[in-house]
Design a protein around this ligand. Structure first.
Ligand code: AHR
Length: 669
């Protein structure tokens, strides 16, 4: 029985369930949602030779490298065009204090035909009819042949297999500088879609006319269309997948990737802002270089463009070690430095233009202050023994200046050595990478959580969760990576388990205020964590929304504004799990129901009001293993259906809930 009459029995739903968690892992930022199409664009320390990636030990998952195109054996992502053309990394002609390595290109004295350089993209480049914005900085040595100072550059997108040119344009008769770099830019417009993504971006010139010259290139960049046309923005197809999920917030920039494998290499927000030539990059926590092109401002603009709230994670004075285990902490007497750094970061985000950092933000293109409502202090700080004093220093220091922000602790009672004292109204971020059975068994975990934690009024951010799946639920699971630990693709059983846990969260809006699946993105060609909500490669047609994505999508689309009491139930939860809510402005009731059983389960519902129709949206499949892949991206997606009149009736209906299904019934009042 869904009771709409007792208004006092309703609770406001939590407005921030089903958000996004994003950090650069699995090449989800560089090589992923960050719209830069070229790899190693500024030679920022990354020179990984094919097949020699370092392996993590400890609890982290071993990386995989499986390029679909051959990489130059010397300089990651780059290759020479033309006989005898030599590419080397150069440190004598830095573009800026931040970008200190350039690509030196020596054209041989006997050059003829086409010579130049090409970039293989992030394991390929998607080519389709749209505008590509190319740019690069270049410099030239004093020419050995004084008559040949002008160079015509040809920029092109071409097949790496056949050499077919899909688009090209010229930067004619350029007299390159000898000392200070000049930036060149051009647009490319292919009028065809390339048959695959095994394409390159080339900068070429006439060999004979440029014989004997030496060029230096840096910050060579190529962007296709970006989400909402933001310059330096997000790859459109991936961002649209996120946007269409109707997320409520973005937690960024980590995750472990915030912390660094040393304090010096942490995600230092100051190095992520302003012109790209000022961003030095960093060795990311996930075994590859971060360009920092996706910086603080880009994250905030991402939120702005998706109309969602940032959950800004600030560095808390603790880093991992190179094995991803607990590393160094700032001592108590140096914590003020870290507090001040976070205060400056918040001033950059929120300060008006009369402030130092606020005026810098304006100078960088965003005079309007952003509004930060949530700040997370660190990441998984239960890893360390030092969080009690670090949390206290950060919380007190930030709260004093920004009292309206909700602060999120990353530890509470997980570390057996201490409990963190989180004040009422603030939050705790908890992470769950578990087997499907865990999520089912813990459906009621938050039911009595407030009482169990002495009613301290702390809220929960379910900041990272997903079924990694080692339960042997239906025979053999064959997607494990590494074997028998993590599955590769989220499957129906993952979505059912995560959805059941999400229902448990929805039932308790007084406790669970926010939630997000993690990790959210995976580049199929290089990843170090499975499973992930969305998988992709260079080909924009290959972006696959997993069953877990669709579960998030479904629940996010039907949130309701208030929970409704479900009373007089015959039978307890399991195998059916449910939660009811009402969207007051839309005048609709939602009944979310999950059937975890391998058989349909009869359901009778009566509602204390008449309804004019019942529609449903369901995710189901014949097998719990069912999952979406690049080859079959729509194997499991939500399907809409309508219950007929005698089922919708006057507020009473019966329905067999199909086996292994996740459904939202929508009652029009
Ligand atoms: O989501 C992957 C990692 O899992 C995150 O970086 C970290 O917070 C957690 O351990």
């Amino acid at each position: 029985h869904i009771d709409t009459s007792d208004l006092s029995a309703r609770n406001d739903t939590a407005p921030y369930l089903y958000g996004l968690m994003h950090e650069d892992i699995n090449h989800s930022g560089d090589g992923g949602i960050y719209g830069e199409l070229l790899t190693n664009r500024a030679f920022q320390g990354s020179n990984v030779v094919y097949g020699t990636l370092p392996e993590f030990s400890g609890s982290l998952i071993v990386g995989s490298e499986n390029p679909i195109v051959p990489w130059d054996p010397v300089i990651t992502g780059w290759g020479a065009i033309g006989d005898g053309v030599r590419l080397t990394l150069d440190k004598l002609h830095p573009l800026s204090d931040a970008l200190t390595t350039a690509l030196q290109v020596d054209i041989p004295l006997n050059a003829t035909g086409e010579v130049g350089i090409q970039n293989f993209g992030w394991w390929g480049i998607d080519v389709r009819p749209q505008q590509y914005n190319a740019s690069f900085y270049a410099l030239q040595n004093y020419p050995r042949n004084p008559n040949d100072t002008a160079t015509t550059f040809t920029l092109s997108l071409r097949s790496n297999l056949t050499g077919e040119v899909f688009a090209s344009t010229q930067i004619p008769d350029t007299h390159l500088p000898y000392i200070n770099y000049t930036q060149y830019s051009a647009h490319l417009y292919p009028n065809v879609t390339a048959p695959d993504s095994n394409n390159t971006f080339a900068i070429t010139m006439d060999g004979a006319a440029n014989a004997g010259k030496t060029f230096y290139f840096d910050l060579v960049s190529l962007f296709g269309e970006t989400f909402k046309n933001r310059p330096n923005g997000l790859r459109k197809d991936i961002a649209e997948a996120f946007y269409e999920m109707k997320p409520t917030f973005l937690r960024c920039p980590g995750g472990n990737n915030l912390e660094g494998v040393s304090p010096q290499t942490r995600w230092d927000w100051k190095k992520t802002i302003g012109p790209l030539i000022n961003r030095p990059g960093r060795p990311g926590d996930w075994s590859y270089e971060n360009t920092l092109g996706l910086g603080l401002m880009e994250y905030l603009e991402w939120c702005e463009d998706m109309e969602i709230e940032p959950v800004l994670a600030v560095y808390s004075g603790f880093s991992l070690d190179v094995y991803g285990q607990s590393g160094p902490s700032y001592p108590p007497d140096q914590m003020q430095e870290i507090v001040d750094d976070a205060l400056n970061e918040l001033e950059f985000c929120m300060g008006d233009t009369s402030t130092y950092w606020g005026s810098l933000r304006a100078q960088y293109g965003h005079p309007e202050p952003f509004n930060i409502k949530f700040v997370e202090i660190g990441n998984e700080d239960w890893f360390s023994t030092t969080y009690p004093y670090r949390w206290a220093a950060m919380y007190n220091g930030l709260k004093a200046v920004y009292p309206n922000i909700t602060y999120i602790s990353t530890a509470y009672n997980e570390n057996t050595l201490y409990n963190i004292s989180i004040p009422a109204g603030e939050m705790w971020d908890t992470h769950h990478y578990e087997e499907p059975s865990y999520f089912l068994e813990n459906f009621d975990f938050y039911d009595n959580w407030q009482e169990a934690t002495n009613n301290t009024g702390v809220g929960v951010l379910l900041g990272e969760y997903s079924a990694i799946q080692i339960d042997t639920y239906s025979g053999v699971v064959n997607y494990s990576f590494p074997a028998d630990v993590h599955i590769f693709y989220p499957s129906l059983v993952s979505a059912i388990a995560e959805g059941t846990y999400a229902l448990g969260a929805e039932r308790n809006p007084n406790t669970v205020k926010m939630s997000s699946y993690a990790p959210s993105l995976q580049n199929q060609n290089w990843f170090n964590w499975t499973p992930d909500m969305i998988t992709f490669d260079a080909n924009w047609n290959h972006t696959v929304r997993s069953v877990s994505y669709w579960q998030q999508w479904l629940f996010a689309h039907y949130r309701g504004t208030q929970t409704l009491p479900v009373t007089n139930t015959q039978g307890d939860f399991n195998p059916l799990f449910w939660v009811a809510s009402i969207d007051v402005p839309k005048n609709q009731i939602y009944l979310k129901v999950i059937n975890t059983l391998n058989a349909s389960v009869p359901l009778s519902v009566d509602i204390t009001t008449t309804c004019s129709g019942v529609n449903g949206t369901m995710i189901t499949a014949d097998s719990l293993d069912a999952h979406n892949t690049i080859e079959n991206p729509n194997a499991v997606t939500p399907k809409s259906f309508t219950l007929d009149a005698n089922q919708s009736g006057n507020g009473t209906f019966s329905w067999d809930v199909p086996k292994w299904s996740i459904t939202v019934l929508q009652f029009d009042l």
